[in-house]
Design a binder for this molecule. Structure first.
Ligand code: PMP
Length: 465
């Protein structure tokens, strides 16, 4: 079955596959962290549906919640009518929201994907502000749609300006740390304030508290607070995309809580559906000025997903899995950092909670100490597509941190293959697909964590030889 299924699907399925779908596994059974393939092999799954499976595969409370709806005879499809299942979902969701938002929030159910909720958020802030553009950050990932609305005669025409996102290892300003984050914040501020930047006051700013697909880049808390102040001072709604970071993954129920900020809009998907498709946008109620029907969609009422999501969020909350994610994540980071001491092909280890990235780079080169010319960090500013503010770049102190070695997508792919041989599924990400991403379920045990780290260490050792 294993070979036949793989052969037929690779003959018939689009080559534009993403995520780990290109891996030669045919999952037929799964529980918790473990997936079993049609060939009888077992794998530890640290992809978790790109962070969707907060409780791992087929958690009993999630299965029970789904079965309960099925057995109750409740309709499975009711568009967006009010139902008891939806009522329970909204109640649980609002219980978890950051305090500043919980008392004044509204929720809009969206098409079942995160992308759709991002589109909804853009429409919302455009309607609320009467402005057009969206500020986003280099390396961001918010989804895949474009043009569906325009093709429907909606003339969406969203203008997006991309700004530098703070990061230590490949800091766009070549300085890293708080100083690099400060320069990134100043850049954003002057793009907003300098009429010559060519960027008119936008309808909103969208950011990921930790960039996921972008290579697991946690934003510093102070930078998050700066973004909150900069947007609040100019009445620009701040949209937090917590599609991947939400429901405890980063060691807080919502990742914005680390910095204590309250966004105006939150885009939520993945784990809130407890492994089934569900996406919502939650926002301050005074932004609720969009027309009825402004954001429609047939599949906004998935009762099974709502039940699975309610059970997942409640389980995370009641069992304090956020604290568990923080503790385990810290342990993983620490051990991976010791591994990086041992192997020069690991350029950087970073993350927050159980959202962890290991960046693979070209190993130690001749004349170590020289910097990798050209590629990074100076290269990034060129890709941002804005002239950049006066002052911000002048303040750059080049060479404060050593230039990182070139990213190595080849080594990352090799580690991914070696992991698979050892029964470990990991995902790749980052601008150069050079970052090994670990997104284990929050229910991962201490022993399983050890097994994951051991297998990854063996895989790195195998490619570093
Ligand atoms: N935003 C973020 C932060 C994401 O990580 C993703 C998906 N990886 C999306 C939006 C898009 O979600 P979907 O794939 O469900 O459309």
């Amino acid at each position: 079955a294993h070979e036949g299924i793989l052969r037929r699907q690779s003959a018939r399925e689009s080559a534009a596959r993403t995520y780990a779908r290109a891996l030669p596994i045919v999952p037929v059974r799964a529980r918790g962290l473990t997936i079993e393939g049609a060939d009888g092999r077992r794998y530890l799954d640290c992809l978790s549906g790109a962070g969707t499976l907060a409780l791992g595969h087929n958690h009993p409370v999630v299965l029970e919640a789904i079965r309960k709806v099925l057995d109750s005879g409740a309709p499975l499809h009711v568009l967006d009518l009010a139902t008891p299942v939806k009522d329970a979902f909204i109640t649980e969701l609002f219980r978890t929201l950051p305090p500043g938002l919980a008392d004044h929030a509204r929720v809009q159910f969206c098409g079942p994907a995160g992308t759709d909720a991002v589109e909804a958020a853009f429409k919302l802030v455009r309607a609320a502000t009467g402005r057009n553009g969206i500020l986003a950050f280099a390396g961001a990932y918010h989804g895949m749609t474009s043009g569906a609305l325009e093709a429907s005669g909606g003339a969406f025409d969203v203008r997006v300006a991309r700004l530098p996102y703070p990061q230590d290892y490949r800091c766009p300003f070549g300085v890293g740390g708080p100083h690099g984050a400060e320069l990134a914040a100043r850049w954003t501020q002057s793009v907003l304030d300098d009429p010559k930047s060519g960027v008119p006051l936008p309808a909103g700013m969208i950011l990921e508290p930790v960039q996921g697909e972008g290579g697991v880049l946690p934003a510093p808390d102070e930078w998050m607070r700066r973004m909150r102040r900069i947007t609040a001072d100019r009445s620009v709604p701040l949209i937090a995309d917590e599609v991947q970071t939400g429901v405890g993954r980063t060691g807080a129920f919502w990742a914005v809580e680390h910095s204590g900020i309250t966004p105006d809009v939150m885009v939520l998907s993945k784990a809130i559906g407890g492994s089934l498709p569900l996406a919502v946008v939650v926002y301050r109620d005074d932004l609720d000025v969009w027309e009825p029907g402004a954001h429609a969609g047939t599949f906004r009422g998935n009762q099974l997903a709502m039940a699975a999501g309610t059970a997942t969020m409640a389980y995370v909350r009641e069992n304090d899995l956020t604290a568990r994610a923080a503790t385990l994540g810290a342990r993983m980071l620490q051990q991976l950092r010791s591994l990086a001491q041992e192997f020069s092909v690991i350029g950087d280890v970073r993350g927050r909670g159980l959202m962890i990235g290991v960046e693979m780079v070209d190993g130690e080169m001749e004349g170590e100490g020289e910097t990798a010319e050209g590629k990074e960090p100076a290269g990034l500013l060129g890709t941002i597509g804005l002239g950049g503010p006066r002052g911000a770049s002048a303040a750059v102190v080049p060479g404060t941190i050593p230039s990182p070695r070139p990213a190595s997508p080849e080594l990352a792919a090799a580690v991914q293959r070696e992991c698979l041989r050892r029964g470990l599924i990991v995902e790749l990400g980052g601008r150069h697909a050079s970052v090994i991403r670990l997104l284990p379920p929050l229910t991962i045990t201490d022993e399983q964590t050890t097994a994951v780290l051991d297998r990854l260490a063996d895989a790195v050792a195998a490619v570093a030889r």
